[in-house]
Write a new protein. Structure first.
Length: 588
C-alpha cells in the first residue's frame, strides 16, 4: 500500500494502461448487477472494488499507507521503499516506462491472504503489468494447481459468513474441531501436521480415533463395520487413508488404501504456464496399489452411484474436460478433436510430444491452438454464452467487464490480529517454508540417504545476534515452544464482524489458547534478520505449524500458515554438529 501511495503521489502510475484496462465505476456496477451476489468475488468486489479515481482517493487518505507507518511496521527503511517505487514505476527522461514484473509466493499470501494478495495485484496494475510481455503479475512456484478439482462444497450452504457481506468456503479444520465430522477420507496429504496449530488438531483426531473405546480387534468384516459404526454414533470419527507411503496420519487410520503414483499409471497435468502434458506409465504399481481414480470409482459404485464405470485414466481425463470449460485449464477442444479423429484424448496429447500444449485450448479452423498469455489483447475469443455486453470480446481479466478491478486492502482487517500475535519478551517470530532439496512433505525423501545425511532432522535458522544471547551454536539441539497458540473454535455465522474482526472475535469467546512445541537443529545464519527465525514447515513429528495460530483470514477463510512465534532454548547437541558443514547457503 505504501508503494502504491508513493507512485500515486509522484504521478508515476501507467495512465495509458489504467485508462484501457482498469474498470470504471459504471463497469463495476454493471458487472455486479447481473444475478445474485453469492460468490466470494461478487461480495468482495461489492464492498471493496474501486475504480482508479476512488482507489487513489482511498490510498492517499489511508493513515496506514504512509511511509512513516510502513517503515515502523515492516522495519524496511523509507529510503528503500522510495527506491523500490522508482525502480518499478518512475518514467525515464524520454518518457519510457520501466518494464516490471511482480512475483509473489507463499510467505506473502499464507500470512495475510486476501489483503496481501490484492494489494500486490493493485501495485502491479498501477505499474501497467498484467497483459504485456515482460510485465507479469503471478506467483513463483509451489503447487501449480494443474488439475481439474473435485466438486466444491456449495458455498451457499456454508455456515460461515463474513459479517453481513456473504458466505465463505468452510474451514474444514474448524468444522472437525466443532464435532461435525464422523467420517474422513484422506487422499495423498499430510493434512494434520500441515495445518495451523497442528498439534491441537492432531490431538483431537487422536482422541476420537485410536483413543476411542471402539476399536477393531478381529479380522471379521462384519465385526469391524459394527465397531466403526458404534464409534461414529458415539461422537468419534472413522479415518480412511489413501496414499503411496505411510505418513504421520497413518497411525490414526482404520483402513489404508495403497495408491499408485506417477509412472505407475498414465496421467496428465498442467504446470505453472498451464502447459498440459501426458506422463506415461512405465512401471506396474507394487502389491495391491491401485490408481486413485480406480479407488474412487469402486467406492462410488459400492455407494450406489452411477457414472463411475471408468476403465482407464483416459476415461477420467475425457469426462473431466467438460468441467474445465471457460477456465484457465480448458482442454475440452482437445477431447473434441480427438473424438472427431477416432482417437483417445491421451493418444492425441501424446502425439503433441513432451512440450504438450498450453491451456486454455481452442479449435481454430480445425487446428488446436494453445494460449501463450491469458490476458492477451490481441487474441480474440467468442463472446461467452449469455453475455451480451460488447465489453467482453477479448480475453482480458476474466471478470464480467473483461477489465481488472482495483480493491481496497485495508490494514484494519489485520492490524489487531498482528498486534496480538507479535512476539514479546524473549519470543522470536518463527516463520516456515520449503527447502528446494526436500521441497514438500519428505514422504519420499526420507528414503534417500543422501537427503537424510544433509537434513537429519528439522532445523531452525536463527540470526547470530539472537543465537549469541541464547548461547546457541550451529548443530545444537533446541526446543521451540509457544504457550500462546490461538485457535478459533467458532464464529461460523459471523457474529464477530466489523473492521476490527479479531477484537470482536475475542469478545465473542470463540478463541481458545493452547500450546505448541517442536525440536530442531540450530543453524546460525544472517540469512534471517534479528528477531526472525525460519523452519522447514512439514517435518514428520516436528511440524513448524504447531507454533502457528489457527485463526484463518476472516475474508477468504484461508489459513495463515507462516505467522508463528516461540521461545528457543538449547537442550543438547546433535550428532550433526560434528559431521555437517554449516557454511552459508545464501549469497551475500
Amino acid at each position: 500500500n505504501a508503494l502504491c501511495r508513493v507512485i500515486l503521489e509522484k504521478g508515476w502510475e501507467d495512465r495509458e494502461f489504467i485508462k484501457k484496462w482498469i474498470a470504471s465505476d459504471e463497469e463495476i456496477n454493471w458487472g455486479m448487477g447481473r444475478g445474485p451476489r453469492n460468490t466470494p468475488w461478487q461480495w468482495r468486489t461489492t464492498r471493496w472494488g474501486r475504480s482508479f479515481g476512488k482507489f487513489k482517493e482511498w490510498v492517499l487518505n489511508d493513515p496506514h499507507s504512509t511511509l512513516d507507518y510502513a517503515e515502523k511496521t515492516t522495519g524496511i527503511p523509507r529510503e528503500k521503499i522510495l527506491r523500490a517505487a522508482e525502480m518499478i514505476a518512475k518514467p525515464r527522461e524520454d518518457g519510457a516506462r520501466p518494464k516490471a514484473s511482480f512475483m509473489l509466493e507463499k510467505g506473502s499470501y499464507w500470512s495475510n491472504n486476501y489483503l496481501n494478495t490484492i494489494s500486490f495485484a493493485n501495485l502491479g496494475l498501477l505499474c501497467g503489468a498484467g497483459t504485456r510481455p515482460g510485465q507479469v503479475i503471478g506467483r513463483g512456484g509451489g503447487h501449480q494447481r494443474g488439475m481439474i478439482q473435485a466438486g466444491p462444497y456449495p458455498i451457499t450452504k456454508s455456515p460461515e459468513k463474513f459479517g453481513l457481506i456473504g458466505r465463505k468456503q468452510m474451514d474444514l479444520d474448524r468444522w472437525v474441531l466443532a464435532g461435525n465430522i464422523r467420517f474422513m477420507w484422506v487422499l495423498g496429504t499430510q493434512w494434520l501436521n500441515a495445518m495451523m496449530a497442528s498439534q491441537f488438531l492432531m490431538d483431537y483426531v487422536r482422541k476420537n480415533t485410536i483413543e476411542s473405546p471402539h476399536q477393531i480387534n478381529s479380522f471379521s468384516t462384519d465385526r469391524a463395520i459394527e465397531v466403526l459404526k458404534a464409534r461414529a454414533d458415539s461422537g468419534g470419527m472413522v479415518l480412511i487413508e489413501q496414499d503411496i507411503y505411510p505418513r504421520d496420519i497413518t497411525q490414526f487410520a482404520d483402513l489404508i488404501l495403497p495408491a499408485a503414483t506417477w509412472g505407475e499409471v498414465d496421467f496428465t497435468r498442467a504446470q505453472g504456464e498451464r502447459r498440459l502434458r501426458i506422463y506415461s506409465k512405465f512401471y506396474d504399481p507394487p502389491g495391491e496399489a491401485k490408481p486413485d481414480w480406480w479407488i474412487v470409482g469402486q467406492v462410488a459404485k459400492r455407494m450406489g452411484y452411477e457414472g463411475f464405470e471408468w476403465r482407464e485414466s483416459n476415461d477420467v481425463f475425457e469426462e473431466a474436460a467438460r468441467f474445465s470449460r471457460n477456465g484457465t485449464l480448458d482442454y475440452a477442444a482437445l477431447v473434441e478433436k480427438a473424438k472427431g479423429a477416432g482417437k483417445k484424448a491421451h493418444e492425441l496429447l501424446r502425439e503433441l510430444g513432451t512440450t504438450g500444449i498450453q491451456c486454455p485450448i481452442r479449435l481454430e479452423d480445425g487446428k488446436l491452438v494453445g494460449t501463450k498469455r491469458l490476458h492477451d489483447e490481441t487474441a480474440k475469443y467468442p463472446t461467452p454464452k449469455g453475455v451480451t455486453s460488447p465489453l467482453q470480446t477479448l480475453t482480458k481479466f476474466g471478470k464480467t467487464s473483461g477489465k481488472a478491478i482495483l480493491h481496497i486492502a485495508d490494514w484494519n482487517f489485520f492490524k489487531d490480529f498482528h498486534e496480538r500475535i507479535t512476539p514479546r519478551g524473549d519470543e522470536l517470530w518463527v516463520t516456515n517454508g520449503r527447502v528446494n532439496e526436500i521441497w514438500q512433505s519428505l514422504f519420499d525423501d526420507l528414503r534417500k540417504p543422501y537427503i537424510t545425511q544433509r537434513y537429519p532432522m528439522n532445523f531452525i535458522e536463527i540470526n547470530p545476534e539472537d543465537a549469541t544471547v541464547r548461547k546457541i551454536e550451529n548443530g545444537d539441539y533446541v526446543s521451540v515452544e509457544n504457550d500462546d497458540v490461538l485457535v478459533q473454535t467458532g464464529g461460523f455465522y459471523g457474529v464477530a464482524s466489523g473492521d476490527l474482526f479479531f477484537t470482536n472475535l475475542l469478545k465473542s469467546g470463540y478463541i481458545e489458547r493452547t500450546k505448541g512445541a517442536v525440536t530442531a537443529m540450530a543453524i546460525v545464519t544472517d540469512a534471517v534478520p534479528p528477531g526472525v527465525t525460519f523452519m522447514y514447515f512439514l517435518w514428520p513429528g516436528s511440524p513448524a505449524n504447531s507454533l502457528v495460530h489457527n485463526v484463518p483470514d476472516p475474508i477468504s477463510n484461508a489459513p495463515r500458515y507462516k505467522l508463528g512465534k516461540g521461545r528457543i532454548k538449547k537442550i543438547g547437541e546433535t550428532p550433526a554438529k560434528k559431521t555437517l558443514t554449516f557454511a552459508p547457503k545464501h549469497n551475500v
